[in-house]
Design a protein around this ligand. Sequence first.
Ligand code: FES
Length: 296
Amino acid sequence: MEDNKAMVIFQPSGRRGEVPKGVTLIEASRLLGVDIESLCGEKKVCGKCIVRIEEGHFEKYNVVSNMKNVSEWQEEEDKFINEEAKAKGFRLGCVTTVQGDLLIFVPEESRAGKQVVSKAARDIHIDHDPAVKMYYVEVVPPTFEEPTGDFERICREMEKLYGLKDLKLDIHTLRQLPMALRDGDWKVTLSVWMDQEIIRVRPGKVEHAYGIAIDVGTTTVAGYFCDLTTMEVINTVTLMNPQCKYGEDVMARITFHMTTEDGLKRMSDDIIEGLNWLVDQAIQGTYPPKKKKKDE
Ligand code: FES
């Protein structure tokens, strides 16, 4: 291992890896994918980032972890950690820096992340204006006398019925079109993005479509999974905003972005990952549970 690096292991997650010496324990946790609470955005005022340095030789990881491998005690820590806790190895994660190999325990109350926030489903009004809409179209089959192409036929009907002009579609959707038209006996349902681009073609008349309205709050992110034909909310899923670990309020997060080189990207990646998880949960919660095979 290089001299300027140290091995750090976080418990109970078991995540470990080499980090540059001199980074704070919170920075080390982020480098290794561990979420430690930092409601004040590492301004040393919330006291939520307390962790415990474990002392001893940990054979499993082949590391010797002790208090010499962290920076000296800082007076900001006095506010949050009393003498008894200090003697047990508790330190403030945003103040203490890595100076050598460490095994760090993150107590339950200092863990941030994807706790599911209990928020009951409720009747909410959602305007029916989805980005993707479905349009049902019937076209006249081509003949020798009138051999216009499939796409041109569709465009003609879409303009006539719905007033949509200059529709585009990519090569993948174009390939679906001839088969869908013939399978559907010249009747198809088109999914159109922003009334500009056909993104899916299905044979026949498709009645139902589903969508999710997402409310990204400072603390909570909620997803309302809807039947787009009735606008009924059929499942509500929530998640603690994963950006909370960068600061409790928007100002703290803006500060994190301004003072951290890739801060914006990290926060953006976290919320995207959170939203993907939310969509998965919404779908799983509405599908019937998968039945186990007999011999499983
Ligand atoms: S005191 Fe708030 S993050 Fe450390």
